[in-house]
Design a protein around this ligand. Sequence first.
Ligand code: SF4
Ligand code: SF4
Length: 138
Amino acid sequence: MHFKKNREVRPEDIFQCDMCGECCKGFGGTYVTEEEVSNISNYLNIDSASFIKKYCQITRLGKVLAQKMDGYCVFWDKKCSIHPVKPHMCKAWPFIEAVVIDVSNWRIMANACPGIRTDFPDWVIVSCVRKVIEGRKK
Ligand code: SF4
Ligand code: SF4
């Protein structure tokens, strides 16, 4: 693809979620921090202990959101049912550090996520992803 260096690329140029739910399925492990447990529990109007018991699995590396029998996240119901308080991992996707570290991750992620575009040069992807990550820190 021919690309003009001075053209500004917005995050929505390289990624647009089509709500297919693919990233909410399978064993990847959506980790939740204590703060996220508290936020989601409040959103669901239950106490943290009940939330953990009902909606989490405990792994060696921490708590992850449980999956339903069909492999989808327990909170997937044609869309994310806890969208306003979904974990950082879900909010950040696909603008994550792993892409800045190795841009080939962007293309690997695109295999599982139809919202990710791969017809941009690597340097454009890295620069755009870095900008989003930095913007989140402000
Ligand atoms: S896989 Fe990609 S396009 Fe599908 S819901 Fe997840 S982020 Fe959106
Ligand atoms: S919390 Fe929402 S966005 Fe995250 S995996 Fe579950 S359904 Fe998907």
